[in-house]
Design a protein around this ligand. Structure first.
Ligand SMILES: Cc1cc2nc3c(=O)[nH]c(=O)nc-3n(C[C@H](O)[C@H](O)[C@H](O)COP(=O)(O)OP(=O)(O)OC[C@H]3O[C@@H](n4cnc5c(N)ncnc54)[C@H](O)[C@@H]3O)c2cc1C
Ligand SMILES: NC(=O)c1ccc[n+]([C@@H]2O[C@H](COP(=O)([O-])OP(=O)(O)OC[C@H]3O[C@@H](n4cnc5c(N)ncnc54)[C@H](O)[C@@H]3O)[C@@H](O)[C@H]2O)c1
Ligand code: SF4
Ligand code: FES
Length: 803
């Protein structure tokens, strides 16, 4: 049967989940095309709070990898915005003038942050907090500026404020009412929350009306209506969101506060659906993922021609993601005339619980300081349970009964994803799951805000018993319970030689593995057996497979190697000729002292490399990127050493080496450290008669100053110590750990003691030499292998917006 064309506008959390639901019901029925204005695959927007707070990284919040789209045959156009819909001829047009027809269209355009229309709101230093760019903007501001104001004391504002405090800024939160989170908490809980956050260092300006953002081109202060001006370098607006429905409205699809939909998420226009924050269902527009995911499930049934009761609306519950503060609320928050409540207020322990009752039925709850009962209360509110049900169980809990054991199977464990205790227990028993990650992989529980992780963990301990206890170690991914160390042991003991074999022999739960374990296994296998192992291109991330970095607009960047940042007229001429011939729109000098050609079309990549005839700079690789050097003794009057010469030697020695994550190095010829060794994975400083070797520095999001590993006398010793350090990192780090994280994990003293052991040091160097003996240049290898060339550059299914 001919496949139907399903087009999704909006590559965000609600839209992509809805597509997952469609594929679950009918994996063969649709050709799916996805447009997303943001230049990324679908990521967990919720976790941006955690990124800002320094608990996770942007790289770790991807929900659906590039490979996921590819594997499911989905055509993704990232960084491309749909600008109009012709609902009569069933076509859409994008800002790149691409026209695509559809049989079924899903609008999942989300929300736009509401920006207060204050005079001065367009100044530099004023931002929303909605997407990766906003998050990066705040992190960047924290590197140069000291003071921030967050306007809005709701969930978003408080999570942003906690993040900015963690980034070392002073933070004022400006709120227009006298209670924080006034949409989610009552006055008592709001005041307790304020006290707790003040202890953490937040300053509150309550009942304040902002009037103007003052400053020249950049924000310098915020003026209130009462005339007071508070100084600031950054203003974050977190005063709510508005449905993003402009496209729908302009295309004649009926809207109100959102795009109007019925119980099956159908708009009033045939074959056009809307889901997520852009949709309005029964006068409600939702701003949390739980209802959006429920909507997606019901919509998928209708799209796949299945029957269902349709979406019936959701009871909202919220939890603030600020560590050290437990707040939960659900359903009704404030008492009405007929409302009764069960209240506990323990000022001593800082615990407050209020359960609201109408007609003997539980209708809402507010918890502060102890939120263990949150999920249970949400379940009771959802089924409008009689208050006795809560009180009876409360007795059991107080008598010490196990909360998890006493939960019925129908009770919800993961509110975001609608996963019940019964579903998790069934998955644990049927598939022998022993880790939270595995439960996430199989059931979706804990895949969104992560708030239910402790409950999932308790449930695992209760259901899997010993197996869970033994498995407190981190498994590589949800496909297996094996840790990295165990997998490496098994590879060595059983002589395993390729990724599928490892998965097979070690009983992976999925035959194909996943985007987390495939690249990791490929790395571990190659590292353990460099001479024999055939690198599996298909197990690498897409940038590494293509030997180029995909850019926002779907084109690629090309960086030839420029050893030690030193170049010559011939190379510069070649680069200029290539730039002219392929109409390269941007030539940029990088922070690593080389030249980047931006905007190269995918189909031009092989010819560009061939014409350049220079080694690849591996700017895409988990391997040595750059060795930055200062000008050194030959030219600088402070220089004590030939920093450029040593930099070139280091780069020539380690280029092409695979490492768990990217590695950046530098060499400076005096302690003035012009090549910035204190933020490099390996930074060398030349002194009179010796070199200092610093390791584990990081200049990115998680700034880390490098530690002094060793002082040595000669260049030879620098090369050997670097080799010993890098090989030990290669052998013991988890795949995707930067040296900064690894040094913290292992401890500097431990690494020093390993390298101080002469025998171990020689063996590490020996194994490094073995690894280096087989490295190949990525571009050369691709150019020489015609099959590879064809597979990589002609068969790639993700056009990523390419022309
Ligand atoms: C920092 C932060 C923390 C949060 N924490 C929580 C939490 O703890 N719990 C919770 O439940 N929720 C939380 N949320 C809310 C949650 O992230 C949203 O409810 C959810 O992401 C909405 O999903 P969506 O798909 O409707 O919209 P979005 O995720 O915004 O996706 C819409 C996408 O469509 C794209 N788009 C729009 N128009 C077009 C067009 N014309 N063409 C192509 N693409 C287009 C947009 O660029 C966007 O990428 C948080 C939100 C933020 C910002
Ligand atoms: N943990 C979570 O669940 C979480 C975290 C972050 C964001 N979110 C979601 O993201 C969306 C945006 O969050 P939000 O906090 O911006 O929205 P919100 O509407 O929940 O809160 C905005 C707050 O700003 C206040 N406000 C409005 N105008 C103001 C003004 N002029 N001056 C000072 N204060 C003002 C409001 O009183 C309100 O308390 C919401 O849908 C929210 O549910 C959820
Ligand atoms: S690090 Fe020292 S030697 Fe090198 S350029 Fe700077 S001042 Fe000169
Ligand atoms: S409750 Fe949010 S991920 Fe489970």
């Amino acid at each position: 049967m001919k496949k139907q064309k399903l087009v999704l506008i909006g590559n965000g959390m609600a839209g992509v989940r809805a597509v997952e639901e469609v594929l679950k019901l009918d994996s063969e029925g649709f050709d799916v095309t996805v447009f997303g204005s943001e230049p990324y695959p679908n990521y967990n927007r919720i976790q941006l709070s955690k990124v800002l707070q320094g608990d996770t990284e942007i790289a770790d919040i991807t929900l659906n990898t590039w490979e996921w789209y590819e594997e499911n045959g989905i055509l993704l156009y990232p960084g491309e915005t749909v600008t109009s819909i012709d609902t009569v001829n069933q076509t859409i047009v994008t800002d790149k003038e691409r026209q695509v027809s559809y049989d079924k269209l899903i609008l999942a355009t989300g929300s736009v942050p509401f920006m207060l229309p204050l005079p001065g709101a367009d100044k530099e230093g004023v931002t929303a907090f909605r997407n990766i760019e906003d998050c990066e903007r705040m992190i960047e501001a924290s590197l140069s500026y000291k003071k921030a104001i967050v306007i809005g004391g709701g969930l978003l504002g408080l999570e942003a404020a906690r993040g900015l405090l963690n980034l070392g800024m002073e933070v004022d939160v400006v709120h227009n009412s006298n209670t924080l989170m006034d949409r989610q908490l009552d006055n008592t809980a709001g005041k307790m929350l304020q006290k707790e956050l003040e202890k953490q260092g937040m300053n509150f300006l309550l009942e304040k009306q902002s009037a103007e953002i003052v400053g020249e081109s950049r924000v310098e202060g915020l003026r209130f209506e009462d005339g007071e001006v508070v100084k600031t370098d950054l203003v974050v607006m977190a005063v709510g969101i508005r449905s993003n429905m402009k496209l729908a409205e302009e295309s004649g699809i009926p809207v109100n506060r959102g795009i109007l939909v019925n119980d099956h998420l159908e708009t009033e226009v045939p074959n056009v659906f809307a889901v997520g924050e852009c949709a309005e269902h029964k006068e409600m527009v939702y701003g949390l993922v739980a209802p959006l995911y429920q909507q997606g499930k019901e919509m998928a049934k209708r799209i796949c021609g299945e029957t269902g009761n349709g979406y019936q609306g959701s009871v909202l519950s919220t939890q603030l993601k600020v560590s050290g503060v437990d707040v939960f609320s659900a359903g009704q928050i404030i008492e009405e005339e007929e409302t009764k409540s069960v209240t506990l207020f323990d000022d001593w322990r800082g615990v407050y619980k209020k359960v609201l009752v109408n007609d003997g039925k539980i209708t809402g709850a507010v918890l502060f300081g102890d939120t263990k009962e949150g999920t249970r209360l949400l379940n009771l509110i959802n089924k409008r349970a009689p208050i006795e049900e809560y009180m009876d169980n409360k007795g059991a809990e107080e008598a010490g009964a196990d909360l998890i054991a006493s939960m019925p199977d129908t009770e919800m464990i993961c509110g975001c994803n609608g996963v019940t205790k019964g579903a998790i227990v069934e998955a644990i028993n049927a598939q022998g799951l022993t880790t939270v990650d595995q439960v996430k992989g199989c059931t979706n529980a804990s895949r969104s805000c992560g708030g239910c992780k402790p409950l999932v963990s308790d449930l695992l301990a209760h259901t899997a018993g010993d197996a869970f206890e033994q498995n407190q170690k981190e498994s590589i991914c949800a496909c297996t319970s094996y840790s990295k160390e165990e997998v490496m042991e098994e590879i060595k003991a059983k002589g395993l030689t390729y990724t599928k074999e490892v998965m097979n022999v070690l009983g992976w739960s999925s035959d194909e593995g996943c985007s987390k374990c495939r690249p990791a296994l490929n790395y571990y296998l190659g590292m353990l057996n460099p001479a024999e192992y055939h690198d599996e291109k298909e197990s690498r991330y897409v940038n590494e497979r293509l030997h180029a970095n995909i850019q926002k607009n779907g084109t690629y960047s090309v960086v030839p190697r420029m050893y030690g940042g030193v170049t010559n007229a011939d190379d510069l001429r070649k680069i200029a000729d290539v730039a002219d011939k392929y109409k390269v729109p941007l030539i940029k000098v990088t922070g690593g002292q080389r030249i980047d050609l931006f905007g190269v079309k995918k189909e031009d990549l092989p010819n560009v490399w061939s014409d350049l005839d220079m080694p690849s700079g591996s700017a895409y690789a988990k391997g040595l990127r750059t060795v930055k050097t200062c000008v050194g003794a030959d030219y600088c009057r402070f220089g004590t050493k030939d920093s450029m010469g040593l930099g070139i030697k280091l780069e020539k020695k380690f280029e092409g080496l695979n490492t768990p994550h990217k590695v950046k190095m530098s060499v400076s010829a005096c302690p003035r450290n012009c090549a910035e060794g204190s933020i490099k994975d390996v930074g060398i400083t030349g002194l009179d008669g010796e070199f200092e070797i610093y390791v584990g520095g990081n200049g990115g999001t998680h700034l880390r100053k490098a530690n002094l590993l060793a002082k040595v006398k000669t260049e030879e010793e620098v090369l050997e110590t670097t080799a010993g350090f890098l090989q030990y990192y290669r052998e013991t780090a988890d795949y995707l750990d930067r040296t900064s994280a690894w040094v913290e994990k292992m401890g500097l003293d431990h690494i020093k003691s390993v390298l101080a052991n002469k025998k171990t040091f020689i063996e590490l160097n020996h194994r490094m030499d073995e690894a280096l003996s087989v490295v190949q240049d990525g571009w050369k290898q691709a150019l020489e292998d015609k099959t590879l060339l064809r597979d990589l550059y002609q068969n790639l299914k993700v056009p990523a917006g390419s022309n």
